[in-house]
Design a protein. Structure first.
Length: 739
DNA sequence: CACCCTCGAGTTCA
DNA sequence: CTCGAGGGTG
């Protein structure tokens, strides 16, 4: 259940502090502006605002539109730019809850006050900018921002450019005065496009759609601006949308419920949300909250929560409001998917191919359910494009809810101490000079493929990985252990010669617990993953050691790996551009490594899926002595470099046969009775190609539980979907099943 | 010359 | 799982 992300206890403290700060700040502000008195020094006031900003940076769900941080400084009312508008009726903000338990408590209290069950109107809380439209006798007279709830800014001129907002209401008999409240927002797609354009133009990106909407609406047309600038501004406004969700300043509307209000607004030609629902129970409302918690991305705009309102308008009257917020509505806030945190530094990691990849070292922060401390920055160009400086507060999100991604800096929070990242010139692991592998390449590489510890470690880990030899017990941890200084391996050449005796002495320093790095805790000792105490007769007699289960397993798995498929062995050589697909094509065509080695560039490039570049990469690979040594030593250890019974190069007709011949199939989600690997093997065995991404060339997508974006993509492209239960049937009958 | 695909990489959790 | 980069294909 995505809705009730477990909230750490610090959250409650942060929330309490932000509430008391908000109250204090608003009091001081009122005293200052309203009564011309000062209850605190400017410095004290500033300190409070800063503290609140810091809390909101760490807990963005606490930063609502009505927070004093949103209405002071930066985004606040600036009378020099926009005329103030006093709302005919105050624009309230909403109280927030952050868990379903809290929501249930609130709702139960409302039902007690109401004396019985209540109908709940549930709607999506859009991450946009609250706007008040004032209609007099059916004609739009002003559009204003929320401001502090009492006074906002006149942004009529800009709002008129937002599509879908009528200047005149449809129908007849409109009240002399009515205020229509709603949210102006950027649809996610338009927001992404806008940020892409900003990046391209060398301008700063917007941290979120709300800032973008606010920035766009608060642009000022000026005679000083060029026609081009004015045009740009218009285009931006035309990408905005509005949804309305309330009325004000109309004492006796001719409807009895909030949902009735929406129908009325819709009949007037105003844009209302298509996704609201009236639920007859608290559980129903919770189900709505949970549903959209899991489908936050299936609507066109960002959702930061759900608003639940009592549907009956008479009840609104009865329940009334506190000084800030009505008692008949509440905002349920989802845990944020975008947060801000400090970029402590940018470091370089060296991959198995020697590629130097910069990654962000972040102040640890919780995003979408896990604590993130690092995020990849891909390469120098990406660092530059994102415009992040070391020391910046950056916006972070989880792309696809999994991979942390730095979106960009919060420029407003810079204090001048930030510094630019400079790409190092030396490999952090072996000190070699980094250089592009060929002219004009963006990526820098460590040239020391043979001895750079990072590269050797990476290659050995790769050999054990699922896409290569799939060796149980050979993952990241054992790759580190095996390649430590004075460890048994200095390249992968000796991998299959490893014996239990080689493994026994391996010692790995115990890693410091998270958070204790650099605290001078040096005496953590070592771990001995491959040996265990067998016996010790008496306390003072010598200890006898024997191999641990991990050691036995690794040796046994290595022995098994020697006879795995030729294509897997090929993949494990880390030849550039030779992954599972190219390796399969090469293996079936040539049948043995010897045949591949003997082949000319033309012969290699003639294989389907192999072109001149891959061919060249293979030929060059075999020209390196220590590469050949890997092949020879593995062969001497019993590695089978050929497909038994293969008739020889080019002899195998590659035209696939079988029920799925000629199809391209994608498998996603979990399929009962198959691992992912097995399912893909089965697809291949049936004569189809198995690929990882859905495109218009895909023939069918096999969808099991847990499928994500790929299923959506398939539906979007109209590609046939095979449910997991019918997978076996599909393998036998092929396309016949699809008709 | 598009467009699609594969490769390579980073990250985090169960 | 997602992205960028760059190779391969129609």
């Amino acid at each position: 259940m995505a809705a009730a992300d477990p909230i750490p206890t610090e959250f409650d403290a942060a929330r309490a502090e932000s509430e008391s700060l908000t109250e204090r700040i608003l009091q001081l502000r009122e005293a200052y502006y309203g009564h011309d008195t000062t209850l605190a020094s400017d410095a004290e006031y500033d300190a409070m605002v800063h503290r609140l900003q810091a809390i909101e940076a760490a807990w963005p769900q606490l930063a609502g539109q009505d927070s004093p941080t949103q209405t002071v400084g930066g985004a606040g009312i600036d009378s020099t730019l926009f005329d103030p508008v006093v709302h005919a009726e105050r624009m309230y903000s909403l109280d927030n809850v952050f868990s379903t338990e809290e929501f249930a408590e609130w709702a139960a209290k409302v039902e007690r006050d109401a004396g019985g069950p209540v109908a709940w109107l549930c709607e999506l809380k859009i991450d946009g900018l609250a706007i008040n439209l004032r209609y007099e006798h059916g004609a739009l007279t002003t559009a204003a921002t929320r401001g502090d709830g009492v006074t906002g800014e006149d942004v009529t001129e800009n709002v008129l450019r937002v599509p879908g907002i009528p200047r005149r209401l449809d129908g007849e008999g409109h009240p002399a005065l009515v205020e229509v409240r709603g949210e102006i927002y950027f649809p996610v797609a338009a927001f992404n496009a806008l940020n892409a354009e900003q990046t391209e133009a060398g301008e700063r990106v917007f941290a979120n759609p709300r800032n973008a909407a606010s920035g766009s609406l608060r642009q000022k047309a000026a005679a000083s601006k060029s026609a081009k600038e004015t045009d740009l501004m218009r285009r931006r406004l035309e990408r905005l949308r509005m949804l309305v969700h309330g009325i004000g300043a109309w004492p006796d509307p001719p409807v009895a419920s909030q949902s009735g209000v929406y129908e009325l607004l819709r009949s007037w030609g105003l844009p209302t949300s298509p996704s609201y629902r009236v639920e007859s129970s608290i559980d129903g409302a919770i189900a709505f909250i949970e549903h959209y918690g899991e489908h936050r991305h299936s609507v066109e705009h960002e959702i930061d929560g759900v608003v639940v309102k009592v549907d009956d308008l008479a009840m609104h009257e009865r329940l009334g409001a506190t000084s800030r917020a009505p008692r008949w509505a509440i905002a349920y806030k989802y845990p944020p998917e975008q947060v801000q945190t400090r970029l402590r530094g940018i470091e370089i990691s060296i991959g198995r191919t020697g590629r130097a990849t910069p990654f962000a070292v972040l102040e640890p922060i919780r995003v979408a359910g896990s604590v993130v401390r690092r995020a990849t920055l891909h390469n120098q160009d990406v660092v530059r494009e994102k415009g992040v400086l070391i020391g910046d507060i950056v916006v972070l999100r989880k792309a696809g809810d999994v991979i942390p991604e730095v979106l960009g800096p919060v420029v407003d929070l810079r204090d001048g101490s930030e510094r630019a990242f400079e790409m190092p010139t030396q490999c952090p692991e072996c000190g070699s000079a980094l250089a592009p592998s060929k002219e004009g390449d963006v990526d820098l590489r460590c040239p020391n493929a043979r001895a750079c510890p990072a590269q050797v470690r990476g290659r050995i880990e790769h050999i054990g990985s699922r896409g290569a030899l799939d060796i149980e017990g050979l993952g990241e941890v054992s790759a580190i252990a095996l390649t430590r200084p004075h460890g048994p391996l200095d390249t992968e050449a000796g991998l299959f010669d490893l014996t239990i005796d080689d493994l026994l002495p391996i010692e790995v320093p115990r890693t410091a617990p998270v958070g204790a790095e650099g605290l001078g805790v040096e005496s953590l000792g070592v771990e001995t993953p491959y040996r265990k105490v067998v016996k010790q007769a008496r306390k003072d007699s010598p200890v006898e050691y024997g191999p641990s289960a991990a050691a036995e397993e690794l040796v046994a798995e290595l022995a098994k790996a020697k006879e795995k498929d030729l294509w897997r062995l090929l993949v494990s050589l880390s030849i550039r551009h030779v992954g599972p697909v190219a390796a399969r094509a090469l293996a079936t065509h040539f049948g043995s490594l010897e045949a591949i080695r003997a082949a000319s560039a033309e012969a290699l490039a003639a294989v389907d899926g192999v072109g001149p570049v891959i061919a060249e990469a293979i030929i060059e690979w075999f020209l390196v002595d220590w590469h050949v040594e890997i092949v020879d030593r593995w062969a001497a250890s019993g590695v089978r470099w050929s497909i038994p019974g293969h008739p020889g190069p080019g002899a195998v007709d590659e035209a696939p046969t079988g029920p799925l011949a000629g199809l391209t199939v994608v498998v996603t989600g979990s399929i009962e009775g198959f691992t992912r690997e097995e399912a893909e093997e089965a697809v291949l065995a049936a004569g189809a190609k198995s690929t990882g991404s859905v495109s218009k060339r895909t023939s069918a997508v096999v969808v099991g539980p847990g499928a994500g974006s790929k299923e959506a993509k398939a539906i979007e492209l109209g590609i046939p979907i095979v449910p997991a239960e019918r997978f076996a049937e599909f393998l036998e009958r092929g396309t016949a099943l699809l008709e």
